[in-house]
Design a protein around this ligand. Sequence first.
Ligand code: PMV
Length: 347
Amino acid sequence: NLPVKGKVAWKAPSNIALVKYWGKRPVQMPANPSISFTLDTCATTTSVAFEKNNSNTGFSFDLFFEGKPKDDFKPKIQTFLERIEKYLPFLKEYYFTIETSNSFPHSSGIASSASGMAALSLCLMDIEKQLDHALDEASFYAKASHLARLGSGSACRSIKGSLVQWGGHNNIPNSSDVYGIEYPFEVNPVFRTYCDTILLVHKGQKQVSSTVGHQLMHGHPYAENRFQQAFDNLDKLKPILASGDLEEFIKLVESEALTLHAMMMTSMPYFILMKPDTLEIINKIWEYRETTKIPVCFTLDAGANVHLLYPEAEKEKVRDFIKNTLAKHCENGQYIHDQVGQGAIKI
Ligand code: PMV
C-alpha cells in the first residue's frame, strides 16, 4: 500500500523533432513515426505532494504554477487524470498538490506541454513505484512515456535519452505507437552534443493549436504521402545519424520543417504560423551557410519560432552570427541557447 502522504519531484526537458509528428488517431496515437533531440536548458520542474483522501469520489488536486495558484490549467490536468486513471488506479484515493515551474521565460512562445506532461507523468509514476516495488527501470520509463503521451503526444519523447523515437516502424526494433524509445541505432558523437538556439520570433498565443492542426490531417489531400514520407525519412536518417553526414542531415531536417508548415498551409481551413521574421531568419541562415560553409540549419515547431541547429564545435562563430545578425529578428531580441540533453531527472 501507498504511504499516507509523501512528495516526489522530477525535472523533464523539452524536445525538438527532426522528423515531425503531425496527424493522430485516437487515443493520442501518431499517424506517423517521429524522432527528436531531447533538450537540456528548456525544462519543467514539477513536484507532486500526495495525501490520503477519504472521500474518494473524484480527482482532487490543486495546481501552482511558478508559485501561484493556476486554476486555468486545471481542466487540462483533469482531462489528463481521467485518461490515465485506468493505468494508475490509486489516483482518486489521494489529494495532490502539484507545483510546477519552467526554466524558460514565461510566455516566451515555447510550448511547455511536452516538458510539463513528461514531468507530471514521471512524478505520478514515482508514486506508483512506491506501490509496486517490483517495477523495473525499463517498465517505469516506458509507462511514464505512455502516460505522458496521453497528456500531449510529443511529451512521450521527453522522458529518457538524448535521441528519442516514437511510433511503430518496421525497421526500428521495439518502436511503438504507445511510448517513445531511446533511438536504438548507432549515433555519431557529433549529435550527442548538438546545439539548438531557439530564436523567439513571436511570443504571443498561436492562432491554431497543435490539437486542431493534428485533426486537420484527417481528410487532408496530402496526408497519406506525408505519413509515408515520415516513415521513409526515418529510414534515411539511420545512415546519416551513424556517419554524422551533416550535409544530408541538414537537407532532411529542413525539408521536414517546411513540410510540416506546408501541411498547415494546404489543410482546410488553411493557416500560416510562420511570421515575416521567421522567413527572414531562414534566408539569413541559408546565406550564412552558403558563405561560411558552417553546417547550421533550422527546424520549426508548430509556431513562428526558429530552432537553429549546429555542431558544438561551431558554437562560438554561430553565436556571434546569432547576436549580430539574427537577434534583430527576434521579439525583444530574445533567444535561448540550448543543446542536446539526456532526459528527465529525479530531484
Ligand atoms: O505534442 P503535440 O500534440 O503538441 O504535437 C507536437 C507537434 C510538433 O511539435 C509540431 C511536431 C513534433 O513532433 O514535436
